[in-house]
Design a protein around this ligand. Structure first.
Ligand SMILES: CC(C)(COP(=O)(O)OP(=O)(O)OC[C@H]1O[C@@H](n2cnc3c(N)ncnc32)[C@H](O)[C@@H]1OP(=O)(O)O)[C@@H](O)C(=O)NCCC(=O)NCCSC(=O)/C=C/c1ccc(O)c(O)c1
Ligand SMILES: O=C(O)CCC(=O)C(=O)O
Ligand SMILES: [Fe+2]
Length: 362
């Protein structure tokens, strides 16, 4: 349904007012039925997805977790984390009903009237841990991204019950809780290769001391080839567990070191796992957080739901003692994780540049 207001989309103040201040987001823009993309969303050529750079003869690993006891499974997980930084898991134990329900709830939330969603915007949200927004960091970006989001930082069950939007609260919580076992198992396996044999309370808060769940909405775009859904970035998490719908559009940087990109094909019931910067730093570069981005789409509204498993904000992160015990030279220093995340959030997406924040100067 088209909103009641129309305005010249060349007027930056009017566009900001409509998209950001009134909470219509890019979904509202999309529903105006625009014939052309507003200039604010036109990305420089290097930031758009160039079809000639997409390679189809490689794909990220798909790992079947039905048999956790099999040492080959653990090996495939660690190999994928070292070589690819990205893999898909199937037979992971999170019921398909849980995945379906959180996807339905995501559509329900974004389908709410703008004024309802805007109650959770930066200016109106009752808490910093709930934020409805658009693009990534609009105040820092030269060109905006074609995406709206709801970001939910998990503090406690009580806070979630009180503050998360009722349209999706229970389903997000169910997805988060339902993924707990697989997250713990993945971390256990990944730690073992780093000579960490037990995840005690200290390690727990370092590896999984905080969780953020985002609901991403990429509405139909009039000129998808000129813009981007999410620009090239690596996540700042320890691990990300991503649920994508059946539409596709996520691309991961290829391993060649050139500017090649690999599509992550949707597989019903699967979850995409990627290593984040925090685990790259903790593992002293052994596990890799890989750049990825999302294209916009001309004909379908896409959603995705990443769970970002992170260190506790107050944790100092740096190469784990177990990793450098053998004399390996640390390439990262100790940084306060919340400083690292603030650095990430305050700039536009810029590929792998965030990790420089933690590098030891050569
Ligand atoms: C993030 C912080 C530091 C926020 O603390 P807080 O006290 O609220 O700081 P703040 O000063 O209000 O926020 C700092 C700025 O971050 C930005 N920001 C805060 N939350 C968000 C958010 N959810 N999404 C985007 N920007 C945000 C804003 O720019 C804030 O400035 P302002 O707009 O309020 O002026 C705190 O919650 C923390 O330490 N968290 C640690 C765990 C964590 O959240 N880790 C991040 C995992 S997310 C991750 O790995 C990837 C996320 C991602 C990737 C691509 C996208 O396109 C995208 O949208 C998101
Ligand atoms: O939508 C996707 O498939 C990926 C989104 C993403 O990379 C993110 O939210 O960090
Ligand atoms: Fe991401």
């Amino acid at each position: 349904m088209a909103p009641a207001v129309a305005f010249p989309t060349t007027d930056s103040a009017a566009l900001t007012d409509f998209v950001i201040n009134q909470g219509n987001g890019v979904k509202g823009l999309s529903e105006l039925g625009l014939k052309a993309l507003p200039k604010h969303y036109i990305q420089p050529e290097g930031e758009r997805v160039d079809n000639s750079k997409i390679i189809t003869n490689e794909s990220i690993p798909i790992i079947d977790l039905s048999n956790w006891e099999d040492p080959k499974v653990a090996d495939s997980i660690c190999d994928a984390a070292e070589k690819w930084g990205f893999f898909q898991i199937v037979n992971h134990g999170v019921p398909v009903g849980v995945l379906d329900r959180v996807q339905d709830a995501t559509h329900l939330f974004f389908g709410l009237p703008a004024a309802e969603k805007n109650k959770y915007s930066k200016d109106h949200s009752p808490s910093n841990s709930v934020r409805f927004g658009t693009s990534f960091s609009p105040q820092a970006e030269k060109a905006l991204e074609w995406k709206d989001y709801l970001s939910l930082f998990y503090v406690s069950e009580e806070e979630a019950a009180a503050l998360w939007p009722p349209a999706c609260r229970d389903e997000v919580f169910e997805f988060m809780k339902g993924s707990d076992v697989v997250i713990k198992r993945l971390l256990q396996v990944l730690m073992k290769r780093l000579n960490v044999n037990e995840i005690d309370e200290t390690k727990k808060s370092l590896l999984m001391g905080s969780v953020r769940v985002n609901l991403n909405y990429y509405p139909i775009c009039p000129n998808p080839e000129l813009t981007i859904g999410v620009g090239r970035h690596s996540d700042v998490s320890t691990l990300t567990i991503l649920l994508q719908d059946e539409i596709g559009g996520l691309y991961v940087k290829g391993r060649q070191g050139d500017d090649s990109w690999i599509h992550v094909p949707p597989i019903k019931g699967s979850l995409v796992i990627n290593i984040g910067d925090a685990l790259q730093i903790l593992s002293n570069g052994r596990y890799k957080s890989i750049e990825h981005r999302v294209v916009a789409n001309a004909s379908q509204n896409r959603i995705s739901v990443p769970i970002f498993v992170n260190p506790r904000p107050s944790a100092m992160i740096g190469p784990l003692p177990e990793v450098v015990a053998n004399g390996e030279k640390p390439i990262y220093k100790q940084v306060l994780y919340s400083d690292y995340v603030k650095h990430f959030f305050r700039k536009a997406h810029d590929g792998k540049a965030t990790v420089e924040f933690a590098k030891i100067d050569a």
